[in-house]
Design a protein around this ligand. Structure first.
Ligand SMILES: Nc1ncnc2c1ncn2[C@@H]1O[C@H](COP(=O)(O)OP(=O)(O)OP(=O)(O)O)[C@@H](O)[C@H]1O
Ligand SMILES: [Mg+2]
Length: 332
């Protein structure tokens, strides 16, 4: 179950309330009965209906596939998800704020911060700082827009049991935010296995995102359960298929709700006949293909860290240094 980062309080924070959008009932062909079926299936908004594949809508609701396709098409028309001029596309993209990492050098190599509607992957070995970055983002997402935040909440899906409210409290204080309020706006879930991890994204996240204006979703780490549950070559095809499904679910959430999605990933060593053992991100082509930005984190001398953009369609390969302190990720 997704629970608040604060653990106890269940009072809704007044800062982040959802804005009025089209309801499912506003779409042609949707009456109360179909609206209820869709909501029960976790398709709670017009945007969600617009981006969910008709086959999946049909499986989840029991509606025929052609009916599902017609509803999805009506939803896409209603929100203007069709051919548009590139100039209009630019206008839409430029109206979306990026999320600051709270570290100038890191923001710079990311082209100004983390982009919404895309999956950003932080990959690196143990102790490189991936979890620290995720914690910091759960705080910066709550900052006002003029300070690089998105004025929204966060969902933290923890597969390695490494979430620390103490770290959040310390980072919140650094940014001048009330630690209790910050914890209230982080919705935490410990995913106990890969099915649970997928279920949280499919079933629980949409309601929480809508209700609490969530603007960041973190999965730390993406790969942990999948690697443990599907070991060896004989399980590789199933593992990759599941991982692909999970990443598509994440991307759909990102697009539907204009979220920044961040996943962390492990590094694996592979033997190479020519060059000896080489390191690469786990998860193969599926993860490489689905993540819009890949940032490799390494330890350097003096306890500092190096971040490198290794794969981003629009960014040059670039690197920077940062440090991890008690107050989180900082410039050096
Ligand atoms: N309060 C703190 N002050 C300074 N440095 C800290 C503090 N807390 C953690 N660190 C640094 O962060 C490192 C851990 O980073 P983090 O947990 O983000 O690694 P990771 O990349 O997520 O590793 P893993 O793959 O094991 O999950 C520690 O080794 C330490 O160097
Ligand atoms: Mg970690």
């Amino acid at each position: 179950m997704v629970s608040r980062g604060g653990g106890r309080s269940h009072t809704m924070n007044k800062n982040f309330t959802k804005s009025r959008e089209l309801d499912l009932e506003d779409i042609k062909g949707i009456g109360p009965v179909i609206a209820r079926k869709l909501r029960e299936a976790g398709i709670t908004s017009v945007k969600a209906l617009a981006v969910t594949p008709p086959k999946l809508i049909s499986e989840l609701t029991g509606l025929g596939e052609s009916r599902a396709a017609a509803l999805a098409a009506a939803a896409r028309a209603a929100i203007g998800l069709s051919l548009m001029s590139a100039r209009k596309y630019r206008e839409i993209k430029m109206s979306m704020s990026k999320l600051t990492t709270g570290c100038r050098a890191l923001d710079k190599i990311l082209g100004g911060g983390l982009e919404p509607q895309v999956i950003t992957e932080f990959v690196g070995p143990f102790g490189s700082g991936k979890t620290q970055i995720c914690h910091q983002l759960c705080v910066t997402v709550q900052l006002p827009k003029e300070k690089g935040g998105l004025e929204g909440g966060a969902i933290y899906i923890d597969t390695e049991n490494m979430f620390s409210y103490e770290r959040i409290e310390a980072i919140a204080k650094r940014f001048g935010l009330n630690p209790d309020t910050v914890l209230d706006n982080i919705f935490y879930a410990h995913a106990v296995n890969s099915d649970h991890q997928m279920e949280i994204v499919k079933e629980e996240a949409p309601d929480v995102i809508e209700e609490h204006n969530v603007k960041l979703l973190v999965v730390d780490s993406l790969i942990n359960h999948f690697r443990a549950e599907y070991p060896g070559r004989e399980n590789l095809a199933v593992r990759q298929q599941k991982l692909n499904e999970h990443l598509h679910d994440l991307l759909r959430l990102a697009e539907t709700y204009n979220l920044v999605v961040v996943v962390t990933n492990h590094v694996i060593a592979t033997p190479d006949a020519m060059f000896g053992p080489t390191e690469r991100p786990a998860g193969g082509h599926v993860v490489a293909h689905m993540c819009g930005y890949r940032v490799w984190i390494k330890r350097t001398t003096g306890g500092k860290r190096k971040a490198m953009i290794i794969d981003a369609p629009k960014l040059p390969e670039a690197e920077c240094e940062f440090a991890i302190t008690d107050e989180g990720i900082v410039d050096v």
